[in-house]
Design a binder for this molecule. Structure first.
Ligand SMILES: NC(=O)c1ccc[n+]([C@@H]2O[C@H](COP(=O)([O-])OP(=O)(O)OC[C@H]3O[C@@H](n4cnc5c(N)ncnc54)[C@H](OP(=O)(O)O)[C@@H]3O)[C@@H](O)[C@H]2O)c1
Length: 240
């Protein structure tokens, strides 16, 4: 399968690329930077892992940057993983509109424009493809300081549900993976005390495994998940 993965340069996105490659897929990665860890994976899976530096804050030019200059109509896209995101953390009374809009560009508007173009490619090639959005447990449980970030993920969850309904008749599936807190760059600013509090809210009392999230994404992309669509799949160590 040919799969587009955004936010491939580190964290969850890099792990999703690794699992996809282990299972014989071809991956079209997108991020701004291409760090050493990604290059090592590229060397290991020569010809199967591509990279293009795209700033996903530029939703207006996604068609040109991704679907004309990178994954053109000749590439039959089987799956799209909307993983890249940024977190704007603050309490609601400090809300800054410009920062909110900047986050929505990356977390909501660009993923929607990507989905539009991915579905057009799937229609062109008669592909029964799959779309996976990465959300966050903060949508479902609530955390102080994450209202703005969680709202962007909630928008994506609604978008996925309705995409599934709209394009199901063409065999195109759309699902959401909802991870709990993971130890990545995104959560690196949290103190030990904050982490302990977050982990105390999980059944397994630990950080969610990045590998477990990536394995779930790849399962949902595969034919094994052919009857799963319009769902939110929680991979969150049982967060309450
Ligand atoms: N970490 C957690 O605890 C947690 C919990 C629940 C959900 N999530 C979700 O899981 C997903 C992965 O998060 P993560 O923890 O792996 O985050 P991360 O380590 O911060 O990685 C984010 C990825 O997104 C890319 N990215 C960010 N802004 C971009 C832009 N403007 N243009 C292109 N690429 C951009 C980054 O690449 P460049 O910087 O190279 O561009 C990077 O590859 C996100 O959707 C996040 O919201 C994370």
């Amino acid at each position: 399968m040919n799969i587009i993965v955004t936010g491939c340069s580190r964290g969850v996105g890099l792990e999703i690329c690794r699992v996809l490659l282990e299972q014989g897929n071809t991956v079209y990665g997108i991020a701004r930077s291409c760090p050493e860890d990604f290059k090592v994976l590229q060397a290991e899976y020569e010809g199967k892992l591509f990279f293009k530096s795209v700033d996903l804050a530029d939703s207006e030019n996604v068609r040109q940057n991704v679907f004309k200059d990178y994954c053109g109509n000749k590439v039959k896209i089987d799956g799209f993983v909307n993983n890249a995101a940024v977190a704007y953390d603050d309490i609601v009374t400090n809300l800054n509109l410009n920062r909110l809009k900047a986050m929505y560009e990356v977390n909501v508007f660009t993923p929607m424009m990507m989905t539009k173009n991915v579905i057009r490619n799937m229609i062109l090639h008669h592909t029964k493809g799959a779309i996976i959005h990465i959300s966050s447990i903060s949508v479902h449980t609530g955390y102080k300081g994450l209202a703005m970030y969680a709202s962007s993920k909630g928008a994506v969850e609604a978008f996925s549900k309705d995409t599934a309904r709209e394009w199901g008749p063409m065999g195109i599936r759309s699902n959401v993976v909802v991870p709990g807190f993971m130890a990545t760059a995104m959560s690196s600013t949290l103190t030990e005390e904050q982490r302990s509090k977050i982990y105390a809210r999980t059944s397994l009392k630990a950080a969610t495994s990045i590998r477990s999230v990536a394995e779930t994404v790849v399962f949902l992309l595969s034919e094994k998940a052919e009857s799963i669509t319009g769902q939110n799949i929680h991979v969150d160590n049982g967060t309450i």
